[in-house]
Design a protein around this ligand. Sequence first.
Ligand SMILES: [Fe+2]
Length: 255
Amino acid sequence: MPVEIRLFMCRTDNFGALLHDRESGETAIVDAPEEAPILSAIEHSGWTPSMILTTHHHADHVEANLALKQRYKLRIVGPEAERDKIPGIDDTVEQGSVIPFGNETIEVIETPGHTAGHVCYHLPKSKIAFTADTLFALGCGRLFERPAPVMFESLKKLAALPAETVVYCGHEYTLSNARFALTIDPDNAALRARAEKIEALRADGKPTLPTTIGEELATNPFLRWADPGVRKHLGMEKASDVDIFAEIRRRKDNF
Ligand SMILES: [Fe+2]
């Protein structure tokens, strides 16, 4: 694959990521949760970052923006809808924006819900998506700035990506997400098998990423609004898809 990714932990449970195009040598940092681990990842890689791709304005995604900008003279890309909240932002993007990146192009998918302007970054050629705090492994982001119907539409966009798309998200929440998912979809054999794998990975201190869109469609309750087993378990066989999603999100808030 022409594109390479380095994944590492920041803060307590944030993922940091470096994205590198081998041919052009171009490197992007996906969100900037914390300076020291990002510097260390850059140093180990030997790459020189030219851009930060910001997904949303929360402090645990932009904290190191200014320090990294000063050090590497890189440009900071982020959602137009949050331009006033993202430190050091140079270029803004919106639904359908395309960012050239070596031999790749990075497409912007607007996914409001967690925040009003949250965006995901999708590399269609390499089939990679950075979904930050919209879609987690076995979970989805909390609805801080937009209600459930808006997040539902955002998740539908991600669910429509090719199943083999490799997904990197913003936090290592997978273990607690798995435990919650089992309360919604207890008879799902794929979910039970995945939950066991996740328990083992976390017991070894290993990350649970990446995942894929296909794996999430099969096991993530926040994408399984249409599944008869989930609907039956919730006692909501006749409810609309969005009402199923909203109910699962409500239960997770109280889990
Ligand atoms: Fe966030």
